[in-house]
Design a protein around this ligand. Structure first.
Ligand code: SF4
Length: 330
């Protein structure tokens, strides 16, 4: 499948915006998204799966997205739990707020340019929250123990602050995105399929492409900037493979801290990412075939929903649902 990135686009600055210095880093948090195209690959299953819903059938992974690549790099066992076992996960307030804010920023571009104001964006929040609860009923459970609505009100206020901050970083009245929430998929020569969803694609009148991703967390410290840019280079590689054009600029917009991280990739960057992804995919395939998924404990374990199944925390993984061959036999 090929998805076009072309379209009418205009940046008031006449194309890509001026370079801004990279800012600080932590592990890049990839916000979940609501109501977008079908999940590009096995994604964490919501905890509130209806009791009569069909049990997902385990199948070997067939493609890679930035999120799942990040899972495997963080902890192979986490990747297994999410992609192979598809263990349910609880929605979190932070991730759900990220989904809501992404939806608001996307929908704001439906309005005429002059009406893309902060008050208009904030006014979209209640409707998008209702829509999110309709499409993903499990998120409503987040506030089931909040009868007076105080926590929900604070959460919505936080979402408003994030939306407002966007207007200090970008001016949507001067942007006409070529694409929003763009599902992209490309197959490498090796057969590896890469997939993902790009928050926004801008195309300047000169044809230069800018890939933009919104983050509702804070910008990472400098030592983690490379990790944060990995997702963007992944997307740049997909766009390059699809359209034979290297994006001019990659731009991460951190609404949590009010920072913008940009990077102008060159072909060598994308070739390096491709080699990295191929090595990663080899490791994933080997683990899939042998069933040997190692836990890699880090401080991020505190955010992991699967400690009860993790040997590092005294748990036992569920029976491996795929056929295995002994390590070293093939
Ligand atoms: S608790 Fe930590 S080590 Fe265990 S599966 Fe989760 S991330 Fe991996």
């Amino acid at each position: 499948m090929e998805t076009s990135i072309e379209g009418v686009a205009e940046d008031a600055g006449g194309g890509a915006q001026p370079a801004q210095p990279p800012v600080a880093a932590g592990p890049a948090a990839v916000a979940d998204r609501a109501g977008v195209v079908a999940a590009p690959e096995a994604a964490p299953v919501p905890m509130a799966t209806p009791p009569d819903a069909p049990v997902p059938v385990a199948v070997p992974p067939a493609s890679l997205s930035p999120s799942r690549a990040g899972d495997f790099m963080q902890c192979p066992l986490l990747y297994r739990f999410r992609v192979i076992d598809r263990l349910p996960e609880k929605p979190s307030e932070a991730a759900t707020r990220g989904t809501l804010v992404h939806a608001v920023l996307e929908r704001l571009f439906d309005a005429p340019a002059a009406e893309r104001t902060a008050p208009r964006a904030k006014a979209l929040i209640p409707g998008q929250w209702d829509r999110l609860k309709e499409t993903r009923p499990e998120v409503g459970e987040l506030f089931a123990d909040d009868p007076d609505g105080e926590r929900l009100a604070r959460w919505l206020t936080d979402a408003e602050r994030l939306v407002e901050r966007w207007f200090t970083l970008e001016d949507p009245s001067r942007l006409e995105p070529a694409e929003r929430e763009l599902f992209v998929e490309a197959e490498l020569d090796s057969g590896l399929r890469l997939r993902g969803i790009i928050d926004r694609v801008d195309v300047a009148p000169t044809g230069e492409v800018r890939i933009v991703d919104y983050k509702t967390g804070k910008a990472p410290r400098p030592e983690y900037a490379e990790g944060a840019l990995f997702q963007m280079k992944f997307y740049a590689l997909v766009v390059w493979r699809l359209k034979k054009v290297v994006p001019r600029r990659l731009q991460l917009v951190y609404l949590g801290s009010g920072d913008v991280l940009t990077y102008d990739p060159v072909v060598a960057d994308l070739e390096r990412v491709e080699r990295k992804l191929l090595a990663l995919w080899d490791a994933i395939r080997l683990a899939t075939e042998t069933g040997d998924w190692r836990p890699r404990p880090t401080k991020l374990c505190g955010w992991c929903d699967h400690q009860a199944h993790c040997p590092e925390f005294g748990g036992t993984p569920p029976p491996y649902p795929l056929p295995v061959r002994p390590a070293g036999s093939g």
